[in-house]
Ligand binder design. Structure first.
Ligand code: ADP
Ligand code: MG
Length: 332
């Protein structure tokens, strides 16, 4: 069956970080103001995501872990638009439940008690009452315990944790109005305040030195001749050229609020710094690029981290100009 084949191929759940990504998206879709992620052994042994969102009523818990469970597609137009909510495929919980021991525990704000359901290797247990706070907690233990071929592909704990950290960091920076925290083997990695301030989120994630060095970016093209698609806007923070790291991992780019790994955008950021960076040093950046939805194709890749632009050169130039003018504003 198609879904099973896709699970086996690792197309849907590749590693702990992909589970974390799906669970955070569900929490954000549920309107959470707090999302607490905690993982054991890089997520290979355990993953828990707790939120204070709208919750799942007891009578809908079983459906939530079933195939094609989504409560989010109103009609085919929603599906084509692909926006509105982050996840729209209705198969994340089902897929994760097929390759792990999954527990979903939830209580909507208007319910007196919560309920929980457990799925083990695809076998859905009974829905039982459970005492729990408002919101939803999803626990995923022993990922890939029943698919040894997939389990073999997992890397070292530290590598898996790096991937988890990148995902959680990406969402924390994109949602400064949500308090996002990450814990590994019982130790807190970071916790943002959720006060809506991007610099404060950067402080929580990257520390004070980086947060204080960040320069504000807020750019729109002055005229159409600049080649950027109409209604382009670039906002966010980039670091002072002297506040750098030896890896490019700290360039977080978002297109229409979706975290993307767009090589062209990263290149554009680096171009803007020109000769100001020491050799093999890379700045920090948290950049939000807004373009009209019809200028961008976000569905190039199944995990949707890549994007394609109708006018890539224009968007690239916009990002470069945006960062350049932030540097110029500070005499750099
Ligand atoms: P999708 O997100 O694509 O709809 P999922 O398999 O990720 O599919 O989730 C299935 C359904 O379970 C969602 O549509 C939603 O109704 C419910 N759900 C999952 N996670 C949460 C959560 N954290 N809070 C509230 N509802 C949730
Ligand atoms: Mg989902």
């Amino acid at each position: 069956e198609r879904t099973i084949q896709r699970i086996a191929a690792g197309e849907v759940v590749e590693r702990p970080a992909s589970v974390v990504k799906e669970l955070i998206e569900n929490s954000l879709d549920a309107g959470a103001t707090r999302v607490a992620v905690s993982v054991e052994a890089g997520g290979t042994e355990g993953i828990r995501v707790r939120d204070d969102g709208v919750g799942i009523p007891a009578d809908q818990l079983e459906a939530a872990v079933a195939e094609h469970a989504t409560s989010k597609i109103g009609d085919i137009e929603d599906l084509e638009a692909g926006v509105g909510t982050l996840g729209f495929r209705g198969e994340a919980l089902y897929t994760v439940g097929a390759v792990s021991r999954l527990t979903v525990r939830s209580r909507p704000p208007d319910a007196d008690v919560g309920a929980e359901v457990t799925v083990e290797g695809g076998d859905v247990g009974e829905v039982r009452p459970a005492g729990c706070p408002t919101g939803t907690t999803v626990e995923v233990d022993d990922l890939f315990y029943n698919t040894p071929a997939r389990k073999k592909f997992l890397k070292r704990v530290s590598t898996e944790f790096d991937h988890v950290n990148t995902v959680v960091t990406g969402y924390a920076l994109a949602n400064p109005d949500v308090a996002v925290s990450l814990e590994h083997d019982g130790r807190e990695t970071f916790a943002t305040e959720g006060n809506g301030d991007l610099r404060s989120a950067v402080l929580a994630v990257y520390g004070r030195e980086v947060a204080e060095s960040m320069l504000e970016v807020d750019w729109e093209p002055e005229s159409e001749e600049e080649g950027a698609p109409p209604a382009t806007r670039v906002t966010g923070l980039v670091s002072h050229p002297e506040t750098t790291r030896s890896a490019r991992d700290y360039l977080a780019t978002y297109v229409n609020d979706r975290y993307v790994t767009a090589g062209a955008l990263r290149e554009a950021v680096l171009e803007a710094y020109g000769g100001q960076l020491a050799p093999d040093r890379y700045p920090f950046a948290v950049l939000f690029v807004e373009v009209p939805p019809d200028e961008v194709d976000v569905n190039v890749h199944p995990r949707k981290l890549e994007v394609r632009f109708d006018r890539e050169a224009g968007v690239r130039a916009a990002v470069e100009s945006a960062v350049e003018s932030a540097l110029l504003d500070h005499g750099l």
